[in-house]
Design a protein around this ligand. Structure first.
Ligand code: EPZ
Length: 419
């Protein structure tokens, strides 16, 4: 398994280009199952997660061509069974159920596993499918959904931890070919949900209200092929802005969408950094002594849970006491034990992390555990004195396109070591 080795303390400067959004590409690639006609999706990031999704779609019968960031896909004839050995690798594969149900009126998909950030239930997804008239059975580790016909309905998808992003996507994709109108109350408002709704509407669907808590879908008879450019990845954008804050002299991210990362840029401004946005570029600069922060993760447009670990790394070297409360995935602190091996002072109290900023971190061998925790360890390594080796970097490759190469372009002394 590869490792990433970082010689810390090098100041970052310069600019990098942001890739297309992983969390937008995954549901949009799944949505191509809703039509027999070919679709062209551009700016699909080259990640193991997007590759897993393409494997699943091919297994279901889709014809897929990929040329760098552009994917041409056609699902003239598909089957509706997605087997365990491809589904188990990526939880987000659950978002093929909605389009299979919409197109084939049935789907059999292996139950997605949990993962280190916590139990990943899909009860809200299933509630939505049942509201549309589907029968749902869980047997032998598979989810089976079946509906002689799908009928529009009103469904509330809000759970005890708030809205569900992929649940909103799944129900929207099942509803676009249902008879009648579906109202999704308590919908997720993430930009990736809006990007999916825009893609569905380009295919001939009638989806309104995406980006608000109430989405209305008027069912249509069939959808046609289309072309689409995936939005920029807002979590990659936030990750690089935090890299610029933790050890930058001034870095710029290009091909970004500043409107999607205001919770992150506001947090950096509150910490005392200078942030400048111009068209599709965002720059962050040191600006004297940085200040500690109290943040809570919330559903969009609040501070994103996917940026919590990266912020934890930054606040570990910010003088004073900072407090992070994780409200979406309360157990999402796998990065803390590893940051403490580098000298961070973090106390966990349930879903709250109390961080005492230290003067410096020390490089150490650390282990990645999930996608965003891995990114946090790389960020800490950029700042730490000495050498940090992050093992199990396959976690990073799931969601960041060429992270080490992009950081190297910014002046980091970082290399991928074949283990
Ligand atoms: C999406 O996951 C993202 N993944 C996650 O990003 C992100 O952390 C998450 O949304 C929250 O923003 C993709 O888009 C591929 P949820 P999703 O359903 O949709 C609970 C990354 O790092 N819940 O919005 O699976 C759930 O347990 C990944 O890129 C239920 O209780 O997350 C959680 O506490 C990690 N029942 C909360 O809701 C359900 O049926 C939000 O989960 C579904 C979810």
């Amino acid at each position: 398994m590869d490792k990433i080795r970082i010689h810390g303390g090098r100041p970052l400067s310069g600019s990098i280009k942001i890739s297309g959004s992983k969390n937008s590409a995954l549901p949009i690639l799944a949505a191509t199952l809703l039509t027999k006609e070919p679709c062209t999706i551009r700016r699909v990031p080259d990640l193991s997660d997007t590759n897993y999704m393409l494997q699943i779609l091919k297994h279901l019968g889709a014809e897929v061509e990929r040329a760098s960031g552009t994917v041409n896909i056609a699902s003239a004839r598909i089957e509706s069974i997605a087997p365990y050995d491809v589904v188990r690798k990526m939880r987000a594969s659950v978002c093929v159920i909605g389009p299979l149900l919409g197109r084939c009126k049935e789907a059999t998909v292996s139950m997605p596993g949990g993962c280190v950030i916590g139990d990943r239930p899909i009860d809200l997804h299933l509630r939505g499918f049942e509201a549309l008239g589907a029968a749902v059975r869980v047997e032998g580790g598979n989810i089976k959904v079946f509906a002689p016909k799908l009928t529009g309905a009103v469904v509330n998808l809000r759970g005890k931890f708030g809205p569900t992003v992929l649940g909103t996507d799944n129900v929207m994709m099942a509803a676009v070919l249902a008879d009648g109108t579906t109202v999704i109350e308590g919908a997720a408002q993430e930009p990736e949900v809006v990007d999916l709704a825009n893609f569905l509407n380009k295919m001939g669907a009638k989806v309104e209200g995406a980006g608000t808590r109430r989405i209305i879908v008027e069912g249509v008879k069939e959808l046609h092929g289309t072309e689409h450019d995936i939005i920029p990845d807002r979590i990659e954008t936030g990750t690089f802005l935090v890299a610029g804050a933790i050890c930058g002299k001034g870095i710029t991210v290009k091909r970004a969408d500043a409107a999607h990362v205001t919770a992150v840029t506001n947090a950096l401004l509150s910490c005392g950094y200078r942030v400048e946005t111009k068209a599709d570029t965002i720059s962050v600069f040191p600006n004297g002594t940085s200040k500690p922060l109290e943040i809570s993760t919330e559903p969009y447009p609040g501070f994103p849970t996917d940026m919590q670990a990266q912020m934890c790394a930054l606040l570990s070297t910010t003088k004073g006491i900072s407090v992070i409360t994780e409200n979406i995935f309360p157990q999402r602190y796998m990065h803390v034990a590893e940051l403490k091996r580098m000298g961070a002072q973090v106390d966990l109290e349930g879903s709250t992390a109390v961080i005492q900023g230290v003067d410096h971190l020390l490089g150490a061998p650390v282990m990645a555990s999930d996608l965003r925790a891995s990114a946090a360890l790389v960020l800490a390594g950029l700042k730490a004195e000495g050498v940090t080796e992050v093992s199990r970097v396959y976690h990073i490759d799931r969601g960041y396109e060429h992270l080490d190469e992009k950081l190297s372009e910014l002046g980091a002394e970082i290399e991928r070591v074949k283990a």
